[in-house]
Design a protein around this ligand. Structure first.
Ligand SMILES: Cc1cc2nc3c(=O)[nH]c(=O)nc-3n(C[C@H](O)[C@H](O)[C@H](O)COP(=O)(O)OP(=O)(O)OC[C@H]3O[C@@H](n4cnc5c(N)ncnc54)[C@H](O)[C@@H]3O)c2cc1C
Length: 389
């Protein structure tokens, strides 16, 4: 066994994982003058947080608003301030747009789904506007002539998540957050009811190094369960691959447009991103012919003129999914290790509220958001994870 050395014991909070979730938490803690170190095995923000479509869209798939919708809507409402602070600190824009989402029905099944969303959200008092096929065509001339109708959700927004992760990292740096990039965390060391340190395997050294702190946050996205295995805690986060395609020359797409699970989201400069796929293919981030084909077919079904657009690029990312598709938030058995992972399809949307919750837990020991549904302990009936050597 290689020998273990200890370093950097002066930091107060160590965040494992520098995606949008980890960096948003680091920002909020640093704003409260807490010394923070973020460890990432690659470049912060380069995984799911960059791969996403950038929708801040809690209403888009909600039929009957529930507790999870309340959490999502709270995060959506935190976004304008979050973006303003990040942009000011970083001196960069993240291209945040609060101009709504148009959901359209291209067949009877989609029309029924939209009717359910419309009825459920109207009953809940949410802003939702019903549109005939003709009204949809007037608003969006690019739409397929097959369109039967639509609903417009003024409360759904979007931004450029690639710009957001870059700006957020810059903002964190301005506030003194230390990033340890290319540092893979192997696991946590515990003593009694507390975590004492993380063990990292640095690319440039062969021996593991330990970093200690008073608090820890696990925010390693789709890779979280491997790290939690060192705690013998079953944390069933699994990667769900999503492929995306980007086009050039799509000026005139005014906001998010969706048909069922398929969506198009505008980007500055006439770009348009379209997606996605939902595939359980392990940690393979390959862009496949089948994945791209399914996106192109659904794009053509939504707006036939898409076939004239210039193909720009395609990519894939790994959503951190859980058995109930809900995030894992709050404390488990260790009083100084907070979990902030498993955000599945909503991690961009949920970043500000997750950062607020974790910051409140660390600094005040409590949060106003009910966390029982998101407890890391809810999977305990599952087999314990294998201990790593
Ligand atoms: C195609 C696609 C479209 C999406 N669209 C949307 C959308 O429109 N809106 C929305 O809200 N959400 C969307 N999502 C979901 C969203 O991207 C994720 O929920 C969110 O990015 C998760 O953030 P994260 O910080 O937890 O994970 P990540 O961004 O994956 O970050 C995890 C970080 O942990 C690091 N890490 C992993 N293992 C280790 C280790 N052992 N040691 C140190 N560091 C480690 C990784 O390098 C990575 O940087 C989409 C996802 C995909 C794939």
């Amino acid at each position: 066994m290689p020998s273990i050395s200890t370093a950097g014991s002066g930091s107060d909070v160590i965040v494992v994982g520098g995606g949008l979730i980890g960096c948003a938490i680091a920002l909020r803690l640093a704003q409260r003058k807490v010394p923070v170190r973020v460890f990432d095995r690659g470049e912060p923000g380069a995984e799911a947080s960059s791969a996403a479509a950038g929708m801040i869209a809690p209403q888009g798939e909600t039929v009957e608003p529930d507790g999870f919708f309340t959490l999502c809507a709270a995060s959506r409402d935190l976004y304008p301030r979050f973006v303003k602070e990040v942009e000011e600190l970083a001196g960069q824009t993240v291209d945040f747009h609060r101009d709504g989402a148009l959901l359209v029905a291209l067949d009877e099944a989609e029309a029924k789904d939209l009717e359910r969303i419309y009825c459920g959200q109207t009953r809940a008092g949410l802003p939702v506007e019903k549109l005939s096929g003709e009204e949809v065509r007037r608003r969006l001339p690019q739409i397929s002539p097959q369109v039967l109708g639509g609903i417009f959700l003024a409360g759904d927004h979007w931004l450029n998540n690639e710009l957001l992760v870059t700006a957020l990292r810059q903002a964190c740096r301005k506030l003194g957050v230390i990033f340890h990039t290319q540092n893979e965390v192997a696991g946590f060391e515990t003593n009694g009811g507390r975590v004492e340190s993380i063990e990292i395997i640095s690319g440039s050294r062969s021996a593991p190094i330990r970093y200690s702190a008073s608090h820890f946050v696990l925010a390693a996205g789709a890779w979280s369960s491997d790290i939690a295995a060192s705690l013998n805690l079953p944390l069933p986060v699994q990667p769900c691959r999503g492929q995306m395609v980007e086009f050039d020359g799509a000026a005139g797409f005014p906001h998010i447009v969706r048909a069922g699970h398929f969506y198009c989201v505008p980007r500055a400069g006439g770009r348009l991103v379209a997606g996605s796929t939902m595939e359980y293919a392990g940690y393979d981030k390959a862009v496949t012919a089948g994945g791209v084909l399914s996106i192109l077919e659904r794009a053509r079904r939504l707006a036939p003129g898409v076939t004239e657009l210039r193909f720009r690029r395609a990519w894939a990312g790994l959503r951190p999914d859980t058995p109930d598709h809900l995030p894992i938030l709050g404390y488990g058995p260790w009083g100084n290790l907070a979990f902030a992972t498993g955000h599945f399809r909503n991690g961009i949307l949920l970043a500000p509220v997750t950062a607020q919750i974790v910051t409140d837990l660390i600094l005040q020991g409590k949060t106003s958001h009910p966390l029982k549904t998101y407890s890391p302990l809810r999977f305990q009936s599952l087999q314990p994870a294998q201990e790593t050597g």
